[in-house]
Design a protein around this ligand. Structure first.
Ligand SMILES: NC(=O)c1ccc[n+]([C@@H]2O[C@H](COP(=O)([O-])OP(=O)(O)OC[C@H]3O[C@@H](n4cnc5c(N)ncnc54)[C@H](O)[C@@H]3O)[C@@H](O)[C@H]2O)c1
Length: 414
């Protein structure tokens, strides 16, 4: 029974969800469909009322895919602010390139919106500090946040990680994380007339936009290891290279091998690469004193039959389930804020990347507090005021020369 004078849960449940999509490319469009499917399953009234993209031809996808009126399909660097200002908006889907995530997330939380945001959520220490600050702000305001680290909403993982944490393989002693693909990444050709335009079209090839491959993709597997440990590593060292990208446009590397150490001494061995090769694996493994686990759904203990996960969630599709979980948290007022977890895992990836780039052992506090930001100065101060124009291209980082810790700050400390 609802108490008189207080907004009842029932009243919240009936509040229609009015969403905006910030960055309506492949994933933004997909996440919009996932949001609508989730709302239907939960019985919530939901619509997409505005979209924002940097490029007009992309923004028009709002009308084509979601019947958003043309004058609510905003384009430009300030499009995200215009979309967030639309009346009644209470749900934001963030799927622009990761370099823009801190600016977009901070704006959403300042404007009081619930958020679904894609991973990774930053590309450097200053960006992560913005994310942690916005996470605290979201908590204070009671805003709900789900992240696109979808394994945390996938039945096999949810059940298996719980069993590992309850001791099913004994004490965890070692973890392995793989995103080893059998092919190179896409390149969209050199579109646009300014450096910024060309780089944003091909955002995956620039550190300030994607954080490099270890951050952009491998964050999924690093996140599973952090989830199992309920912690993040405190230091790491490793190596990598730009082996097959060669002289093509851009500055990222295409493979990394990093050894991470958690506070309790547990090591995590991480391997990722997007290069042509014959063996490939996207997976994680946890080894314990009694046995080992594929945290996606299996546990092997010596002398016992293999255990397999059997849990079922509302949806077998984790991309839909993450929105179901977010909508339920909004409707029921229950706790859901994944911003810290996904930022921890993003910073784990950034720490590994900087260890490999620099050829140094790197610890958590050094990378968290680093002053070096890869992007243009306005990115973290007022991204809505950015304009297309000239911008530096870095040479692919070279160990023993590249060093973001002794480089003078590029943006004011955040
Ligand atoms: N969780 C997953 O499994 C998964 C899968 C795919 C992609 N993703 C994530 O989604 C994000 C987007 O990836 P994608 O494959 O959709 O890329 P995409 O290039 O297809 O789409 C990105 C869109 O963002 C737009 N954009 C660029 N800068 C912007 C800005 N400042 N403001 C608004 N829009 C801007 C681009 O024009 C483009 O339309 C990435 O962070 C990626 O890691 C996650």
């Amino acid at each position: 029974m609802a108490a008189v004078g207080f907004p009842s849960i029932q009243a919240q449940a009936k509040q229609p969800l009015k969403a905006v999509i910030l960055g309506i490319g492949g994933r933004g469009g997909g996440a919009g469909q996932n949001f609508l499917a989730a709302a239907k399953q939960v019985g919530a009234e939901a619509s997409i009322v505005a979209v924002a993209d940097i490029f007009p031809q992309q923004a028009r996808r709002g009308s084509e895919s979601f019947s958003v009126p043309g004058d609510k399909c905003f384009a430009g660097f300030d499009a995200y602010m215009k979309a967030l200002e639309q009346p009644g908006v209470n749900y934001a889907i963030l799927a622009a390139p990761p370099g823009f995530r801190p600016a977009h997330f901070k704006a959403c939380i300042a404007a009081g919106k619930h958020v679904f945001m894609e991973k990774p959520v930053a590309v450097d220490g200053p960006g992560c500090r913005i994310m942690y600050a916005a996470y605290e702000e979201a908590k204070k305001k009671g805003l709900k946040v789900a992240a696109g680290t979808q394994r945390r909403h996938q039945a096999g993982y949810v059940e298996t990680v719980k069993k590992i944490q309850e001791g099913a393989i004994g004490d965890v002693v070692t973890l392995r994380a793989y995103w080893v693909n059998g092919g190179p990444i896409w390149h969209r050709g050199l579109q646009g007339s300014t450096d910024l335009e060309k780089q944003i079209h091909n955002w995956y090839h620039y550190i300030w936009l994607c954080g490099d491959h270890i951050c952009e993709q491998h964050v999924h597997n690093l996140d599973v290891c952090n989830w199992i440990m309920n912690a993040h590593p405190v230091r790491c060292w490793g190596m990598g290279a730009r082996q097959q990208l060669g002289a093509s446009a851009g500055e990222i590397w295409d493979n990394f091998a990093i050894e991470y150490e958690y506070e309790n001494g547990v090591r995590m061995y991480s391997y990722c690469g997007q290069i042509k090769r014959k063996w490939a694996s996207v997976s994680e493994a946890a080894h314990g004193t009694k046995g080992w686990s594929n945290p996606g759904g299996e546990i092997f203990v010596k002398g016992q039959p293999r255990w397999r996960a059997s849990l079922k969630l509302d949806s077998g599709d984790p991309y839909v389930q993450e929105h179901i979980d977010l909508i339920r948290a909004i409707q029921n007022g229950t706790e859901l804020n994944e911003a810290k977890n996904v930022t921890d895992s993003t910073l784990t990836a950034i720490m590994g990347r900087e260890a490999a780039y620099s050829g140094m052992a790197v610890d958590w506090d050094a990378i968290l507090n680093s002053k070096f930001a890869y992007g243009p100065e306005l990115l973290y101060t007022d991204a809505a005021k950015m304009q297309f124009g000239p911008f530096r291209t870095l040479k692919p980082p070279m160990p023993s020369i590249h060093d973001v810790f002794s480089t003078p700050p590029v943006v004011p400390a955040v």
